[in-house]
Design a protein around this ligand. Structure first.
Ligand code: BGC
Length: 850
């Protein structure tokens, strides 16, 4: 995207150059428009790095080096350097060529004395001597009043002119230009470097008024990468419309435990699904011109003690489960920013962990952007800079003195400081503010809210539908029960909340539906209820047998809403009103189900929750169960669309729903002590645990029903020369409604000296909407990197030799076809180095414990 912009800018300038005739002056050669009438496209086959621009006797002295990437052994004598200098004030342009050198060299660009001394722009390009059209790379620079101005190509020039004070100021946050936003960067106005504003995320921009989109958890349950990218692009556009450059999202920590307070901001218990969903979100946001900041790197899997706890984890689980999604997101979407987390990893706070932020994230994963800390995280600004945590947020004025003092005392080197400044400068140079994107334009509230409602309907997971209880027939009158029908939880709390301009609760959604009608709009006992609260069980309104009986004889069906709030800063509770139903909720389900079933009518339960809750003890009492999660500001509209069959559900669970809390992997180790939590389950997170250890579950990972049915046929697997696989399968809509199916591919790996879970997700795809009788062939590429094992002893990722079984199915463990294949030898997928290793040995779960 940005590369393309530079190319466009460069091409534009070249075009301007071609059109004008220029005043000639000593030693400067005016460009002949005849000769250059059709300048060629720049191709990034060669690159120019500019280290400094300085005023000098007779002109401007530029120090730069050239690098040829796309040519084997280029003959340098065939290439030349073009310099096109534009005096913006006098609107004049001058052209000069020079002999190209690869290593850094000074070039004097001669300028007429009478130039304005104000704003100049300089285009440098590598061009084939005999062919004007063949430009192989270029750089675009600006100079103002003698100082280089920030451009993506001129970062090093700016850095070379910055004072130590400038640098010390740049590595911590400053008040944002947009008051009320989460933070901003230091304004380097002398260098044309604006302050960049950042704000939360991820379910929409948390500014004065925004659009509240489905939570990250909901987005991911669509298993629809394209949809997530489109949601991301809407969120990016809202971000810019509010005058903000960077949205602090997506959240992408692993949903490790079913009580995780921020699971709603995260994607899944599975690393591959998490990485793909987060990458899609970033792609969407960044396609709009805003920047994304993936967070929290890494291991912020619990909110209890988040500022102090050390996630103590083996290097294998660290890499295969917790870091892998970040690697996927970095590789697939190139996020501009990453936020480090509050917690420690194996004893070191992540924001001051050089092995994590520099050795792994940058050197191994290839992250090119900048790292900011989470707000007020532990560790001094100096230690953060040393580790490669570029920006300390929200920052304090004392940070500047601390950085300068550390330099003076030799505790920090200028190289360490420069490395952070360079990365921040790159992010600022590419920001929407610097690129003068249209911002502060005001959000398209109506259009985006309608989109949010449509998107929300794609994220609801149908868990149970006995006797075709759903969809409801046109005209069905719905009796609503449960605090959540009025006090609907649209999303989670904390920094991830969005101040929506308007919301539609479930009550209004059904009331406004053209297909359904609402029973007892005025007499409903829940109209004035307080929100559900685990601490205040009396908030849950009691339903009397009389009210249930009266309602069941007049309404056509009952819809009961069970809601739970979740928030940053606290994990959910394993108590009645938390993971379990409160007594009043249990009574309500009993009383309503009894009355409606006696009247021959159906009972539907909607789970408006940010985490799985216990359902096995009561689900048999109801006919249909739907996990609606936190679908955003138009929850009610989306619920009505799905209940009425206007939309067929097609989402699937991103987390396993356990039978009981004590079935959760390593539940006894969560949340641990304030100083440490042992990741005892090791690689057996989520379904990897339940399937391997033979634990029954309420609903498996990847599970979700539809109003129609699907058959699978023609499963094929083919190995590629690189050791990857192509898989395909044909899916047919065999039911009576239109619908989409998520097709899931899993792999079971050979058990050599490494423990392995029964199976792991290695690819997925979602069909487009199919009419009854229609079919589609889904094709996926399964890369060896998606099922690699981290071999700690040899610090490398490998695809082991032996027998592999690939499965296709519609949920974890619900497999329709499988095929076996052998790998003759061990393949090394990536080399790595042992990093962030545990400080002391601890026991982890092994199959032997089965
Ligand atoms: C949260 C981050 C958030 C930041 C800024 C912190 O408390 O953990 O996710 O982006 O605040 O609001």
């Amino acid at each position: 995207m940005k590369k393309q912009m530079i190319l466009t800018a460069v091409t534009l300038i070249v075009a301007i150059v071609a059109i004008f005739t220029f005043a000639s002056c000593m030693k400067l050669k005016p460009i002949d428009p005849e000769e250059n009438e059709a300048p060629g496209e720049l191709t990034p086959e060669a690159a120019i790095t500019v280290y400094s621009i300085k005023e000098a006797e007779g002109g401007i002295l530029v120090n730069l080096s050239c690098e040829f990437n796309g040519f084997e052994d280029p003959d340098l004598s065939e290439w030349t350097l073009d310099f096109i200098l534009t005096d913006k004030y006098f609107e004049e342009e001058y052209y000069q060529t020079a002999e190209l050198k690869v290593s850094p060299a000074d070039y004097l660009i001669e300028c007429p004395k009478e130039r304005s001394g104000g704003e100049l722009s300089l285009l440098v390009q590598i061009r084939e001597k005999k062919n004007w059209k063949n430009c192989a790379g270029g750089a675009y620079l600006e100079i103002s009043y003698g100082l280089p101005q920030l451009t993506t190509d001129g970062v090093l020039c700016v850095l070379s002119e910055m004072t130590v004070e400038d640098k010390a100021n740049l590595v911590f946050g400053h008040d944002p230009i947009k008051g009320g936003a989460s933070g901003g960067t230091y304004s380097l106005w002398r260098f044309g470097g604006p302050s960049v504003t950042v704000n939360d995320g991820p379910a929409g921009i948390r500014y004065s008024h925004g659009i509240w989109y489905p939570s990250m958890m909901n987005m991911t349950s669509s298993w629809d990468n394209e949809l997530i990218a489109v949601i991301g692009s809407h969120i990016g556009s809202d971000t810019l419309s509010n005058g903000i450059d960077v949205i602090l999202g997506p959240g992408m920590n692993i949903q490790k435990n079913v009580t995780g307070g921020r699971n709603f901001e995260y994607c899944s218990e599975d690393p591959f699904l998490t990485g793909m969903a987060a990458a899609s979100y970033v792609r969407g946001v960044q396609s709009s011109g805003a920047d994304a900041c993936i967070k929290h790197f890494a291991l912020n899997n619990q909110e209890t003690y988040r500022g102090s706890v050390s996630a103590n984890v083996t290097e294998r689980a660290l890499r295969e489960i917790y870091l892998r999604p970040f690697r996927i997101a970095v590789e697939k979407s190139e996020p501009e920013w990453i936020m480090s987390s509050y917690n420690c990893l194996n004893g070191t706070h992540t924001s001051i962990d050089r092995e994590l932020l520099t050795d792994i994230l940058r050197n191994e994963f290839g992250f090119k952007g900048a790292v900011m800390s989470d707000w007020g995280s532990a560790g001094s600004v100096v230690d953060k800079v040393k580790a490669g945590n570029d920006l300390n947020m929200p920052g304090a004025s004392s940070d500047k003195d601390a950085v300068i003092k550390a330099l003076e005392e030799g505790k920090l080197t200028i190289e360490e400081l420069d490395a952070c400044c360079e990365r921040i400068l790159r992010a600022v140079a590419g920001s929407a503010t610097k690129r003068e994107y249209p911002m502060n334009t005001g959000i398209d509230y109506d259009g985006h809210s309608d989109f949010a409602a449509d998107a929300a309907a794609e994220t609801m997971v149908l868990l149970k539908n006995d006797g075709g209880a759903l969809p409801l027939k046109k005209g069905t009158s719905v009796a609503l029960f449960g605090n959540g029908s009025f006090n609907t939880v649209f999303g989670g709390d904390g920094s991830g909340v969005v101040y929506a301009r308007s919301t539609v609760n479930i009550f209004d959604g059904i009331k406004n539906s053209k297909k359904l009608s609402l029973y007892d709009e005025y007499g409903n006992p829940f109209v004035y209820c307080e929100p559900h609260s685990a601490e205040k069980p009396e908030n849950d309104v009691k339903v009397t047998a009389e009210y249930a009986a009266e309602t069941s004889s007049n309404a056509d069906c009952a819809v009961i809403v069970i809601s739970r709030s979740s928030t940053e800063g606290a994990d959910n509770q394993v108590c009645k009103g938390g993971f379990y139903l409160s007594d009043n909720e249990s009574d309500m389900i009993d009383t309503v189900s009894k009355a409606f079933h006696e009247a021959g009518k159906k009972v539907i339960v909607l789970l408006n929750v940010g985490n799985p809750i216990e359902v096995v003890s009561w689900r048999d009492k109801v006919d249909a169960l739907m996990m609606i999660g936190y679908p955003g500001e138009r929850t009610g509209t989306a619920v009505a669309a799905v209940l009425s069959g206007e939309k067929t559900p097609s989402a699937k669970l991103t987390m396993t729903w356990p039978v009981d809390y004590e079935d959760v992997p390593a539940f006894a180790y969560f949340p641990g002590k304030s100083s440490a939590a042992t990741y005892y389950e090791d690689i057996y997170v989520g379904y990897r645990y339940y399937s391997t250890f033979g634990k029954e579950v309420a609903y498996p990972f990847g599970y979700g029903l539809s109003y129609t049915g699907f058959s699978y046929s023609g499963f094929k697997l083919k190995k590629t020369e690189q050791g990857n696989y192509y898989a395909e399968v044909t899916v047919k809509n065999t039911g009576k409604a239109n619908g989409r199916e998520v097709v899931e591919f899993y792999v079971s790996k050979p058990e050599t000296s490494f423990e392995q879970p029964s199976f792991e997700l290695c690819a997925y795809a979602k069909t487009s909407e199919m009419k009854p009788g229609q079919y589609q062939t889904v094709k996926v590429l399964i890369k060896a990197s998606e099922f690699a094992t981290y071999d700690t002893e040899n610090s490398r990722y490998i695809a082991d030799s032996g027998k592999y079984t690939f499965y296709v199915g519609n949920a974890a463990g619900s497999f329709l076809f499988s095929t076996e294949t052998e790998r003759d030898a061990v393949t090394v997928v990536y080399e790595a180095e042992n990093r962030c290793v545990p400080k002391a040995k601890f026991d982890v779960l092994k199959k032997a414990a089965k």
